[in-house]
Design a protein around this ligand. Structure first.
Ligand code: PLP
Length: 372
């Protein structure tokens, strides 16, 4: 059988991720592959770890990209911190909080789920009440930026409640990292994971993670082996730690994907992390004004809205899929559909990383206007 070389269409990515990838990152991906234990590669990995610490705003030694998408970061936090019988509280206000509780149960945790309505943030009072009612809780988990709804929760308050009650916090920053402030040390967060395809503007497939010394101690204190060999921190750190040729083989790192991450982190730090946050906020304000001029409204109250993920209510009587298809076919522009309970009810317009620019916004507003 003969197959053609695959040439993907040029798209403008304004969905919930992946976001537009800059040509600098694409060309980094195409650099010559070296061995994953090559000293030159190890030196680059050390730089990646250092730049991730700057993005996460942490001094955590245990900071590195897991070879796998955001879900591997989520699984890594739970499989390493939750042992059978451990008490876990999961705050659920969207699709990704729901996945967290599922994984915590698969790890054998005794899981309490705290629900908040989709489109609203996690309620710290409910968490405080639950922590008081469940003494000895080992882990509290929540999503900082819920991509399914476009809501931001108060990570500082939630992490503080967890640590005040002697629990470790697991925080999902897949959509927040690089787009809005993530302050791992400032929050006192313990196990934090992210993804590359959102505000880092890298192709999908890597999951930056960082673990506090307290979390690392909890991993060492386990009495049972982690249920995943690949994600067992004790094993994977032999590979990611050390540097200087002392690294032991664990798996073959996705060498070229890491070149891409290195370049995208460098681009964010060249721009300045605070400048990147400010750009996301400014682009959100521009999009908001244009959407309101079209008579469109947001799902989420302004106070809790994510600048980088805009959940926009589909007006009554509008075929939401037809509007998205029009944007794709007429403009090569991808916007996202609603997920889970919000399927058919909202569009999700991403302003993530390189996609957060004036030109994309103008095109998106034009596509929505004539689509409607
Ligand atoms: N957590 C959140 C908040 C997400 O938005 C996503 C992906 O959209 C994930 C986790 C999972 O990431 P991935 O699809 O890269 O596995």
């Amino acid at each position: 059988m003969n197959s053609e070389t695959f040439n993907p269409p040029q798209r403008i990515l304004m969905g919930p991720g992946p976001s537009d990838v800059h040509p600098r990152v694409l060309s980094a991906l195409a650099r010559p592959t070296v061995g994953h234990l090559d000293p030159a590669f190890s030196a680059m990995m050390e730089e990646v770890k250092g730049m991730l610490r700057q993005l996460f705003r942490t001094d955590n030694a245990l900071t590195f990209p897991i070879s796998g998408p955001g879900m591997t970061g989520m699984e890594s936090c739970f499989v390493n911190l939750v042992e059978p019988g451990d008490k876990v509280i999961v705050c659920r206000n969207g699709v990704f909080g729901d996945r967290m509780q599922d994984i915590a149960k698969r790890c054998g945790g005794e899981v309490t789920v705290l629900d908040d309505a989709w489109g609203t943030p996690v309620d710290p009072q409910k968490l405080e009440d639950a922590l008081k009612a469940q003494p000895g809780t080992k882990v509290v988990a929540f999503v900082h930026a819920e991509t399914s709804t476009g809501v931001q929760s108060d990570a500082a308050a939630l992490c503080k409640l967890a640590s005040d009650h002697g629990a470790l916090s697991i925080v999902d920053t897949v959509t927040s990292l690089g787009g809005i402030p993530v302050e791992v040390d400032g929050w006192g967060a313990d196990a934090v994971y992210s993804g590359t395809q959102k505000c880092l503007s890298c192709p999908p497939g890597l999951s930056p993670v960082t673990f506090s010394p307290r979390a690392a101690e909890a991993v060492k204190a386990r009495t049972t082996p982690a249920v995943s060999w690949f994600l067992d921190l004790g094993l994977v750190m032999g590979y990611w730690e050390g540097g200087g040729g002392k690294r032991a083989y664990h798996h073959t790192a996705p060498v070229n994907a890491l070149y891409g991450l290195h370049e995208s982190l460098k681009m964010i730090l060249d721009e300045g992390l605070e400048n990147s946050w400010a750009r996301h906020a400014a682009m959100h304000a521009t999009l908001k004004q244009g959407l309101e001029e079209l008579g469109l409204s947001f799902l989420v109250d302004e106070a809790h809205r994510l600048p980088q993920l805009n959940a926009v209510n589909v007006p009554d009587g509008v075929d939401e899929a037809a509007v998205r298809s029009h944007a794709l076919n007429a403009y090569g522009l991808e916007i996202g559909a609603g997920l889970g309970a919000l399927a058919g009810k909202v569009w999700r317009i991403g302003l993530m990383g390189q996609s957060a620019n004036e030109r994309n916004i103008a095109l998106c507003l034009r596509a929505l206007k004539d689509g409607l």
